[in-house]
Design a protein around this ligand. Sequence first.
Ligand SMILES: [Zn+2]
Length: 494
Amino acid sequence: MRRHARSTLIAALGVALVAAAGTPAGARPRGPQPGAAGIGDSYYPGYGNGGYDVGHYDLVTRYDTATNELTATATLTARATQDLSAFNLDLFGLTVDAVTVDGAPARTARAGSELTVTPAAALAGGATFRTVVRYHGRPQLYDMPHTGKSGWFRTSDGVVVTGQPEGAASWFPCNDHPRDKATFTFAITVPKGRTAIANGVPRGTEAGADGWTTFRYAEDSPMAPYLTTATAGDFKLTVSDHGGRPVVFASKGAPSAPLRRTPEVVDYLAGLFGPYPFSSMGGIAGGDVPGLSFALEIQTRPVYSGSASDLSTVVHENAHQWFGDSVALHDWKDIWLNEGFATYAEWLWADAHGGPKADATFQQLYKQPQNAGHWAPATADPKVAGLFGSSVYTKGAMTLHALRRTVGDEKFFAVVRAWAARKKNANGTTAEFVALAGEVAGKDLSAFFQNWLYATTKPPAPPRALRPVSTLDARAARAYVAAFAVREATHRRF
Ligand SMILES: [Zn+2]
């Protein structure tokens, strides 16, 4: 830990002397500067913040499930990526009581969801620093243009927390963008008889003298803030073990049959994509959650609305543990890298478990006319309004299947496994995926990806159907595609 108020001043004076001696007129010495108020996302320029990189969040919260009152302390350990005079955190609503940086009180200012922190002394680029934010209030839902409600979903007995694309800031101060992943520890205290569920490995519960109970969890793999949860309420917690990893289910009553199949689903997907990336797994069946009509790939603990009654959604959200959570987005524009893979995992599961063959599903969709919803907008540039549309989900999956037909099974799954392995716990872009696919397949695929990811007209048919599609296959695929469209319209999965 280094804080260099004095040496920074000397360095600035040195620069000023050099500038006076010989630099062109107009050049000014640069001392520590404020970090940017946004991380640089092309669709959401205000999301996240610049100037630092969070390594770890320690979140200690006390949450009254009856009144929605939250009292919390967030400790962020971060590294300055420039000489910093001030930096922003994202925090939506809530009252900030005190902020310290490396133990010294810091000044704060609020503007919308930006919390600007000015440390007593500037931070040197490269230095690790610790920010402690004490805050309280009643968290609220984000209402996002185009993408709907996000973050803190209040229920009759507590809260279900799920925040894509931005919503973590509804309950803790953070750098709310997947580009800044960090490890997390959680200690959530709730009234007696209530249960709290966060990400990662359970680290025990303890009863306080006041009868409230503290639930502890630790997520030791880097995680994007939007993939956190602090769900609390009247839940049954079921903890078991699968191959040395804790399996944590939270549900109203007994976990549903699809939820209980999570370890089997994870094993099946590991056979396709390579080793499961995290040290725990599970899921949260949120029950009746007003405003929540989708599932989300919360890291190690996907959140489902209702009882988690749809096995295909369990497959989808667990596929995201590889693609979306471990391999995270660098930019929201590339969302097909999450959703195309998770949707294709559903096709592959169906193919292997008595449903339609993936090739039949692809053909059923490929023969749809040009005005069908999935051909536009561009899969790899859907704009904010198309972020969770069928050109991202359906055509994203079709792109992967077309790639498989173009390069063959062996190379296709080598590409998928290489992507999961090389980008494990990191971030990836479409350009990086296109380059990796070409490298692993040993083939120039730029025209292929241009047609499938950037054009808005139906691409040329890929070669080599994997196997002949029978009438029975075609009928099954028609029913599957129709059912999928109904599910998308009534009950979206993210
Ligand atoms: Zn999804």
